[in-house]
Design a protein around this ligand. Structure first.
Ligand code: F0G
Length: 427
């Protein structure tokens, strides 16, 4: 890193500043930290503009690097490429779907699903992980750790392996989808199954960062947020830098809510966009502390015991609360809840459109459905929904849904004798 770095860590409320390469995740008073870049200084190095990003060809370590590292000068400008641990994350598709847009009551050419489940380990976590693990290497850390409802642990495991760091993940017993645990085990990280929930795991991680010198890669780590910002910038580029009316996405630990707000705030500051879209953050009804705080004018967060079929967002005490509140204020955003039944119905539509996503991701579609019905989202508005995780992460939910014919969109398998007439019955 150059002696004069253009980036610092800054406490989000008190404004206290720390050097970028100090190993810390919160300020001395416990507040969350932002990575703040000096855009004026960055603009003297690069002519940052919409065209700049269209024309730029990014290469990192001799490989094409679209996605996250396409925006390196706004993510980690001063970190040498040699430290970058990348699996070419990002470059995810922006789908349109006649079936899903019609079901939601939106226009086909104005509704998009950005599929973050198409990242290397099947979720958006890889965008944050590539940046945070790069910093772990830069900061000469030996061990990396996280609390996880599954996707972070899968991502950490893959990146720790690539970076040759010791990985240790904590997952709550009985509430992590099979696909995700399999990944953590297969990629070779040490997996600890905790007798408790995600919030208990998170508490342990915070303690471990002080007592065990293990570098946490949860979204409390401000570098995770820097990587996840690129979901928004990449989408804006795919829309020719035209700002949609809405970004809709699920909220759990509220890392994405924080990252997406910061991405838009910075894009506005840099003159890449000229207005802010609105956010709709969707929580599962049984895991909705952020929704309740929103309804109470953000007077404070009351943690709760979380329960939902969408295990990825089964979180009752989100660590990024204060950053997420800021994002809602910046974007005149709203927070909504959906039931598990609504999530499953939305999932059946997203899946049967040939797109598919894990349950938490489908809170996005369920939320849009509810907000269109209530008139909050207007049928002619442009809406981008973020699908956060891959359909294959949680096969059990799919099997359970389709094996029960009482579910409205169930598509159960049929057993037949090995005869052509039997086959013909189903054509
Ligand atoms: N969707 C999926 C598929 C997730 O895995 C998560 C979080 C979220 C949404 C919520 O995102 O925390 O940024 O609000 N999963 C974490 C994990 C907590 O451990 O994998 P958020």
């Amino acid at each position: 890193m150059p002696a004069e770095s253009v980036s610092i860590l800054k406490s989000i409320s008190s404004g206290k500043e720390y050097p970028l390469d100090e190993v810390r995740f919160t300020a001395d008073n416990g507040e969350l930290l932002d990575v703040i870049h000096d855009f004026e200084a960055i603009k003297t190095r690069h002519k940052i503009s919409k065209e700049y990003f269209f024309k730029k060809k990014s290469v990192i370590n001799d490989q094409p690097a679209g996605g996250v590292w396409h925006f390196k000068e706004l993510v980690l400008p001063d970190i040498h490429n040699d430290y970058v641990v990348s699996k070419q994350e990002g470059n995810t598709r922006l789908y349109r779907s006649k079936k899903v847009s019609a079901w939601l009551g939106l226009k086909f050419d104005k509704f998009f699903l950005k599929h973050e489940g198409e990242n290397p380990t099947g979720s958006f976590k890889d965008r944050g992980m590539t940046v945070a693990i790069t910093m772990a290497k830069h900061l000469k850390q030996k061990a990396v750790t996280c609390a996880s409802t599954g996707n972070t642990s899968a991502s950490l495991a893959a990146y720790a392996s690539e970076a040759e760091l010791t990985g240790l993940v904590l997952i709550p017993k009985g509430n992590v989808a099979a696909g995700k645990i399999s990944q953590a085990l297969a990629y070779g990280t040490k997996t600890l199954v905790v007798n408790g929930d995600f919030d208990d795991c998170m508490r342990l991680i915070k303690e471990a960062q002080e007592k065990l010198s293990a570098y946490p890669l949860n979204s409390i780590n401000p570098f995770r947020i820097e990587g996840q910002k690129t979901i928004i910038w990449e989408t804006l580029m795919q829309l020719n830098w035209k700002v949609p009316d809405w970004f809709v996405f699920p909220g759990g630990n509220l890392g994405n809510t924080s990252a997406f707000g910061k991405a838009l705030f910075e894009a506005y500051e840099l003159g890449l966009i000229d207005r802010m879209p609105r956010f709709a953050v969707i929580q599962a009804e049984g895991a909705s502390p952020f929704y309740k705080a929103y309804k109470n004018n953000f007077v404070g967060l009351k943690s709760e015991k979380a329960e939902t079929i969408a295990t990825a967002i089964r979180i009752g005490d989100p660590v990024n609360y204060t950053k997420a509140v800021r994002s809602i204020k910046w974007t005149n955003g709203i927070v909504e809840t959906v039931t598990d039944g609504e999530i499953l119905e939305a999932k059946a539509y997203v899946d049967s459109a040939g797109i598919g996503a894990e349950p938490a991701s489908c809170a996005t579609a369920a939320g849009i459905k509810k907000l269109v019905a209530s008139g909050e989202i207007k049928p002619k508005e442009t809406v981008v929904g973020i699908l956060t995780g891959n359909i294959l992460k949680d096969p059990q939910v799919i099997v359970d849904y389709h094996m029960k014919s009482s579910n409205p969109n169930a598509n159960p398998p049929h057993e037949i004798e090995a005869r052509i007439e039997e086959m013909n019955k189903y054509l």
